[in-house]
Each structure stands twice: as structure tokens, then as C-alpha cells.
Design a protein around this ligand. Structure first.
Ligand code: TYM
Length: 345
């Protein structure tokens, strides 16, 4: 048996991150990941970060990035992340992410990184010359984000499963390559809630809801005005037939809406179907729209209120950065030591 990692906490730890690439998070982010972030902060030592360094892979406009990073923090708090319970911070405020990222790059095979499906998809879309190296190393930085905090659990949507697998492989590889000083890293597990692991686009219900979708008509943004979301859900793509029935193969549009309805009301799928028994798709979509709009109206209001006081948000982020740096520096020190780097005298 290996000894527990030196830097491992008493209570189990959770870490996750989200990119500040848009003005608003979408419903997939919330149901697939952020809702679990909120729940897990009650039972775990939680570290949550806005991964601004990851967002640089798409060369965002600096003014927009600054605005979106703070808007992300405001949305996280409005959705229920409590900065007293969770360590909430911005990735670039903790230099150890890049430092451990380099270490992990030195352990990752070129082919291994090339097999990441998100990289393959994105690089295929833009072509080799327009694909930046940062996109290739993106999952390795993500592994560093997680391993730095000795996280046990990583709440994410299904699309991140492969990145968490890579993180596990790298952590295990490091621990066995540099075994003399004991296990440096805790090996994390993905925490993926089956029922909401993949929320789909309302207009293209076999593809995941995504910030980078060509059209935003099928993407429900939590910061959008209620009337915008009402309209989007009312014009969601439904399927042939008239019955409101969960059947992902035959009725992907209806099933996606039922998943959303069930997740937000807390009713199971059978009860959700029953709510629309004998009703047509029009009534069904209106019912789902009402639930979504009612759910997010107070969140949006709270986030807008928080954004009126950036000094307050920045003060919370400073506390978060201090706490995160403390843990991250300890892990980095142990990592360097295990590898034989000489500590600065
Ligand atoms: P990002 O910013 O793309 O998405 C944030 C979270 O939302 C989930 N998600 C979805 N879940 C269900 N259905 C969908 N349609 C949907 N769309 C997005 C994502 O799975 C994710 O959990 N690489 C990460 C960010 C990251 C990270 C980390 C995550 C960087 N470092 C460390 C965990 C741990 C990403 O791009 O997430």
C-alpha cells in the first residue's frame, strides 16, 4: 500500500473548472456540472475555478475576457456556490497551474494527447495551421488543475470524461515513476450525473448544447432575458408523433426537453411525462419554458446585482486565490522534490 499523498486533506476534496468564454453559462453547464458543484460543497472540501488560461486557446478579446471572467464568478455565486464553503478562484491567480502543467506535459505522450476527441474535433474544424499548440496541451493543463488540489472527485459533464481519464493516467504515471517519495498525487474520479450528463441543443437534439454552436437558437443561456428563453423553448425542435414520451432514439427532441423538465422540477421522467398526458407538443414546450424561466429568473437577477459591485467580487477572489495558492504550492513543492529538482535555498 502506498502512503496517502502528503498533501491530501481529511475531508474528501472536489475540484472543477469552467471556461469564461461567453457572457452566460448555458443550461448544459448548469445541469451537467454546476448543480453538482453546488451540492458537493456541502459534503466536500470544494475548490472551484474559472479557467481563464484555458479560455486563451480561442484568443478572446481582452475586454470581453475580463468582463466574462467576472460574470462567471457572479453567476457561480448566484447559482449557489457559497464562497464561505467553497474556495472560489481564478485559475491565472495560481501560477502553480502552469508550473505543474509543464511537468505533466513532460509525462504525456504525443500520441496520447493527439487522441483526445475534443482536440481532434476542434482541430479538424479549423485545420492544422490554425490550430494552436495550446489546444493540444489543453487537457494536460486541465490534469494539472485537478492534481494540484489532490482532488478525489471532479464533477463534470460527459464531454469531459476522457480528460479526467487522462488526468488519472498522468497522476498514476507520476506516482509510479517517482515512487521513492511515496504517492505525490491523489487519483481523482469523474463525477458525472447520468441523468444530466449531456443536455442537447434544442434545435439539433442529437448534438450537445454548446457555447460554440453555429446558431445560438438551441442554446439556453441563463443570463438571457426570460422572453428570449421562452421563445427559444417554444420553437424547440420536436419529433414526429404527438405523445410526450421519453425515447431518446425515436424522440430526441422531446426526450431532451423531458430531461430538462425533470431535472429542474425534481420529478422523475415518468411523472414528468404524466404532467403532459393528453397534451400536445405546444403545451408541453410552454410548460418546460415556464419551469426554465421561473428557475433562472432569480439567478439572473442575483448575478446582475453582484456585478454591480466588482470590488466585492474581487475581494472574494483574493481570499479564494490565497487559499488555492496555499494548497497548490504545497503540491508543487512535493512534485519538484519527487522529481529531483533542487529547492531554492
Ligand atoms: P466547459 O467550460 O466547456 O464546461 C463547463 C462544464 O459544463 C459541462 N457541460 C455540459 N454538461 C452537460 N451537457 C452539456 N451540453 C454540457 N456542456 C458543457 C462540461 O462537461 C463541464 O463540466 N475543460 C473544461 C474546463 C476545465 C475543467 C478543469 C473541468 C478546465 N480545467 C478541471 C474540470 C476540472 C471545459 O471545457 O468545461
Amino acid at each position: 500500500m502506498r502512503p496517502m499523498s502528503a498533501n491530501a486533506p481529511q475531508v474528501k476534496r472536489v475540484l472543477s473548472g469552467i471556461q469564461p468564454t461567453h457572457d452566460s453559462f448555458h443550461l448544459g453547464n448548469y445541469l451537467g456540472a454546476l448543480r453538482q458543484w453546488v451540492a458537493l460543497q456541502e459534503s466536500h472540501d470544494a475548490f472551484y475555478c474559472v479557467v481563464d488560461l484555458h479560455a486563451l486557446t480561442v484568443q478572446p478579446d481582452p475586454v470581453a475576457l475580463r468582463k466574462r471572467t467576472l460574470a462567471s464568478v457572479a453567476q457561480l455565486i448566484a447559482l449557489g456556490i457559497d464562497p464561505e464553503k467553497s474556495t472560489l478562484f481564478i485559475q491565472s491567480h495560481v501560477p502553480a497551474h502552469n508550473q505543474l502543467g509543464w511537468v505533466m506535459e513532460c509525462l504525456t505522450g504525443f500520441g496520447e494527447a493527439g487522441r483526445m476527441t475534443q482536440f481532434k474535433d476542434k482541430s479538424q474544424k479549423s485545420g492544422a495551421d490554425r490550430t494552436v499548440v495550446g489546444l493540444f496541451t489543453y487537457p494536460i493543463l486541465q490534469a494539472a488543475d485537478i492534481l494540484l488540489y489532490q482532488a478525489n472527485l471532479v464533477p463534470v459533464g460527459e464531454d469531459q470524461r476522457q480528460h479526467i481519464e487522462l488526468t488519472r493516467d498522468l497522476g498514476q504515471r507520476f506516482n509510479s515513476t517517482y515512487a521513492a517519495t511515496g504517492a505525490t498525487f491523489t487519483i481523482p474520479e469523474a463525477y458525472i450525473l447520468k441523468a444530466a450528463a449531456k443536455i442537447n441543443d434544442l434545435q439539433d437534439p442529437t448534438s450537445k448544447m454548446s457555447k460554440s454552436a453555429a446558431s445560438q437558437n438551441g442554446v439556453i443561456e441563463i443570463m438571457d432575458a426570460p422572453e428570449v428563453n421562452l421563445k427559444k423553448i417554444k420553437s424547440a425542435m420536436t419529433d414526429t408523433g404527438r405523445e410526450v414520451k421519453f425515447d431518446e432514439k425515436e424522440k430526441p427532441g422531446v426526450s431532451n426537453l423531458l430531461t430538462i423538465y425533470s431535472a429542474l422540477t425534481g420529478k422523475n421522467i415518468a411523472d414528468s411525462e404524466n404532467d403532459f398526458d393528453g397534451k400536445g407538443y405546444g403545451d408541453f414546450k410552454l410548460g418546460v419554458a415556464q419551469v426554465v424561466v421561473d428557475y433562472f429568473a432569480p439567478v439572473r437577477a442575483k448575478a446582475l446585482e453582484l456585478l454591480e459591485d466588482p470590488d466585492y467580487l474581487n475581494s472574494l477572489l483574493k481570499i479564494g486565490a490565497d487559499k488555492a495558492n496555499e494548497v497548490a504550492e504545497q503540491t508543487l513543492k512535493a512534485t519538484y522534490e519527487a522529481m529531483g529538482l533542487i529547492a531554492r535555498g
